[in-house]
Design a protein around this ligand. Structure first.
Ligand code: FSX
Ligand code: SF4
Ligand code: F3S
Length: 374
């Protein structure tokens, strides 16, 4: 890679060449891009042009922003100050009131058709949308106003993607997600409660590098992040296939790191890359199942916040994992962000796996009669 680019990066981000190249390679691999794409990514990040970003907050817990603040590759302050131009963000801005609203309007006028709109939180539609107002405007009015001249929209978190937690039945405020409300603009959704910050960072970097959004599935999710079930890359998958299940929290199977299916794990019907890229940069095991808690399906509309925790997941696919991790050592060993590459590209399918799995689901436990059903 060009030395000038690397020098510029070292200066701009204050990170070593080695870490920066590792980051670019990991992002390229996470997005399933061909070899050599890391050079284009590096060039885009080094560019002095920073895409303007307007970031709205509606009905949510601010976990999406919090999770970004915990990202280390690069840290959010680097992302904000050096890669994007964050022109409006209610939580992170020191300014408030008229001052911040004026900043938003000025940026939208100056960057008409060019800014990225990020929406965090659900939009309440009941009773004229009165349940969430900012600066005297309803969330819906603000969304429509800001979406009109945006180049593209990123709905970050399950709340913005499809209503998430605020839309939980009986959905008293009529909350819904951006794709339902904005139909004339490209909308990418990054569900998760909170979403994985790297899926957001990779999407922004893709936009920056290629001036377009990554390939999306029918729910607007980047395929690189939501193309596979949690269950396909779970470190406990070998236990599932072998019929070894925790039956209760704290029992021997749970302590040994057995599969959490019978405790209500929704990994078999939830599309997300959590087990591959992990959370919080704190090493292996840093994802729900890695810590011993069943996946609640937080990225999946109709599962997260809808289906009871104890209900058994529908086993959507019998595709076995790309590779089986060793299960003889310490529980919770997951893969790192850097090694997501290998997994992103490998598709594993073993004939006859379906029959094996179906058989093992029925093995040895008090829930035998109900395994595999709701
Ligand atoms: Fe919270 Fe974001 Fe959940 Fe929602 O994340 S982590 S309630 S998806 O909008 O702030
Ligand atoms: Fe992992 Fe859950 Fe699948 Fe078990 S059911 S292998 S814990 S994702
Ligand atoms: Fe959510 Fe399940 Fe991942 S609960 S964070 S989709 S493991």
């Amino acid at each position: 890679m060009n030395d000038d680019i690397l020098n510029a990066i070292e200066k701009k981000l204050g990170v070593s060449r080695r870490s920066f190249l590792q980051l670019c390679a990991a992002m390229a691999a996470t997005m399933g891009l061909p070899k050599g794409a890391e050079a284009a990514i590096a060039q885009a990040i080094a560019s002095p042009q920073r895409p303007p970003v307007i970031w709205l907050h509606f009905q949510e817990c601010t976990g999406c922003t919090e999770t970004l603040l915990r990202a280390e590759h690069p840290t959010l302050d680097k992302l904000i100050l050096d890669i994007i131009s964050l022109d409006y963000h209610e939580t992170l801005f020191a300014a408030a009131g008229h001052q911040i609203e004026a900043a938003r309007k000025a940026s939208m006028t100056a960057n008409k058709g060019k800014y990225l709109l990020v929406v965090e939180g659900a939009t309440p539609m009941k009773d004229g949308g009165i349940y969430c107002k900012i600066g005297g405007q309803t969330a819906h009015d603000l969304l429509v106003e800001c979406a009109a001249d945006a180049a593209a929209i990123v709905a970050i978190g399950s709340c913005a993607a499809w209503g998430g937690m605020p839309s939980t039945s009986p959905n008293p405020t009529g909350s819904t997600g951006v794709p339902v409300l904005i139909k004339d603009k490209p909308v990418v959704t990054i569900p998760g409660c909170p979403p994985n910050p790297y899926n957001f960072l990779s999407t922004v970097v893709h936009f920056l590098t290629f001036k377009k959004l990554p390939d999306l599935d029918d729910k607007g999710r980047p395929k690189f992040a939501y193309g596979r079930l949690v269950h396909e890359n779970c470190e406990r998958r070998a236990h599932f296939d072998a019929g070894r299940f925790a039956q209760e929290f704290g029992d021997e199977g749970h302590r040994k790191g057995y599969c959490l299916y019978k405790l209500g794990c929704k990994g078999p019907e939830t599309y997300a890359n959590c087990p591959s890229i992990l959370f919080g940069d704190v090493g292996s095991g840093s994802w729900p199942v890695g810590t011993g808690h069943p996946c609640i399906g937080c990225t999946e509309q109709g599962v997260g916040f809808q289906k009871p925790i104890h209900a058994l997941a529908e086993v959507k696919s019998v595709v076995p994992p790309a590779s089986y991790p060793r299960i003889v050592e310490e529980q919770g060993e997951g893969m790192t962000f850097g090694s997501a590459a290998a997994l992103a590209g490998i598709a594993g399918l073993a004939a006859g796996a379906g029959a094996t799995i179906a058989r093992n689901l029925g093995k040895g436990g008090r829930d035998d009669h109900s395994a595999g059903k709701e």
